[in-house]
Design a protein around this ligand. Sequence first.
Ligand code: HEC
Length: 189
Amino acid sequence: MRKMNFLTLVVFTGILVATGAAIAQMTDKSFARGVVSADGAIRLPSNFRTDYVMLGAWSVAGDADTGGAVGLHVVYAPRSAVEGYRKTGKFPDGTVLVKELFKGKTETLTTGEATSAAGPAGHFVMVKDTKGRFPGNPLWGDGWGWAFFKPGETTKTATKDYKGECLACHEPVRSTDLVYDYAYPILKK
Ligand code: HEC
């Protein structure tokens, strides 16, 4: 009888542990859902133009990214990320930042010399990871996942190693978590 009770206890504990692990896994599955796969692969979210909010935009003269005279960079994040930032001053775990690049078309309009978005020139994506989920994966580190997508590409990133391809240019804003956040009016209360 005592033996039986012990066995029941072992089985019961086993079930509890397994359930706990399953719940933990389910919770983490919601991490950047639809953008990051279980092995840390990053894709471009399909809905960022319609469902995210625009953080801000850059006009870049002599733009290296778009190879044009003037390029336009438009930056997006989910509304929940903006709300989190406005509360805590930090982007919450799972935040997805998308920077969309356009070759600019510059012409003289009634407003002056005006540049508008012409050809698409690719997308940069960053995903906030406060837990260091993908150690050893060269797209992840310094608190973020990093990936660039060529025009028309949504799943296969051109990025091999964020340390060589992204980090140096984001070092100037390390004190704001490697993001050029001063340029995004919506983050200010
Ligand atoms: C040549 C320098 C340079 C490189 C390389 C670079 N970035 Fe950036 N990135 C910037 C600058 C500067 C900004 C803000 C101003 C702009 O877009 O011109 C920026 C902005 C961003 C933004 C918008 C959020 C923010 O920080 O303001 C994302 C997302 C981003 N970069 C991702 C990446 C990823 C991912 C890589 C590597 C695949 C990368 N960047 C490589 C310089 C760079």
